[in-house]
Design a protein around this ligand. Structure first.
Ligand SMILES: [Zn+2]
Ligand SMILES: [Zn+2]
Length: 284
């Protein structure tokens, strides 16, 4: 079951529980030899992961990121593999993605205040603490203020998709993220695609934008799902990759890094493709 590759993991640089160094040590101890660190909208963990990687013989760290993008009615996550954290243009884009979440929260609070719901942005930030502000924090402020009895009511009444105080994120489309990843010399890989509607149409658009890979061997996908996605990837000329999406927060059922059915042949195909990337020197 365990694979020598894992192309999707998270550390404390986003919402994972292990520090980048602890994550690298864990992956290496599981026999992972090709390991991508892909934190949400951030490459802040790469430097520490690289330093830890140097302690493990035969282990290769692939610097990456997982970008949150939007299509009508759904979120699409795009993995960018072989990206340099020292790339200033990449950092500008990641800051924009991170700020989108803050800007949205602030916009929702402003709209609520316009509707006479006088919660404050300061209080919402306090509730969020270290975490990046999301709608659940605003919902909590609404409960606290006595405007709704429960968090779920806040979504139903005010801040859900059809609510009067709903604000869209500052959107980046998946195709935009693909073009950025390719322009920055890396490889774009669609993350956990099983539940996306009209996948074939989306893949046609994203391969045209330069996407080269798709997650097939993902965490807990059933055998039939893996087989369906493997055929879909083949049909679109995409490399079949995969990862554990390890966060360390889902309890004992969460597969450890490398505990995915990713075959050696997929790793070899990735290495061949990576050797032709502008950023090929980053895979080491
Ligand atoms: Zn994701
Ligand atoms: Zn993830």
């Amino acid at each position: 079951m365990a694979s020598k590759g894992d192309f999707h993991t998270h550390s404390t640089a986003s919402d994972g529980v292990l520090s980048p160094a602890e994550l690298v040590d864990l992956a290496a101890s599981q026999g992972v030899r090709y390991h991508a660190l892909t934190d949400h909208d951030s490459t802040e963990g790469i430097a520490e992961a690289r330093a830890a990687a140097a302690r493990h013989a035969g282990y290769t760290l692939i610097p990456g990121v997982e970008m949150g993008t939007d299509i009508e009615g759904a979120e699409v996550h795009m993995l960018g593999l072989c990206l340099s954290p020292d790339d200033e243009e990449l950092q500008v884009l990641l800051r924009r993605l991170r700020a989108g979440r803050v800007g949205r929260g602030f916009g929702i609070v402003e709209k609520l205040r316009g509707l006479g719901i006088m919660i404050t942005w300061e209080r919402v930030q306090e509730i969020a603490g270290e975490a990046s502000v999301g709608r659940p924090h605003i919902a909590q402020a609404l409960v606290e203020g006595g405007y709704v009895p429960k968090v779920a009511d806040a979504f139903d009444r005010w801040i859900g998709r059809n609510g009067p105080a709903y604000v869209e994120r500052d959107k980046m489309t998946p195709a935009e993220s693909v073009r950025c990843i390719v322009e920055r010399g890396g490889m774009a890989c669609l993350a956990h695609p099983a539940d996306l509607h009209d996948l074939d149409a989306l893949l046609a658009e994203l391969t045209a934008a330069g996407m080269a890979a798709m997650e097939v061997f993902y965490k807990d996908y059933a055998t039939e799902t893996v087989e369906r996605l493997r055929q879909t990837a083949e049909r679109h000329g995409l490399l079949p990759l995969g990862g554990s999406d390890y966060h360390g927060i889902f309890g004992n059922d969460e597969p450890l890094p490398g505990n995915i059915p990713l075959p050696d042949s997929a790793i070899e195909r990735f290495l061949d493709a990576a050797a032709r990337l502008p950023n090929r020197d980053l895979v080491r």
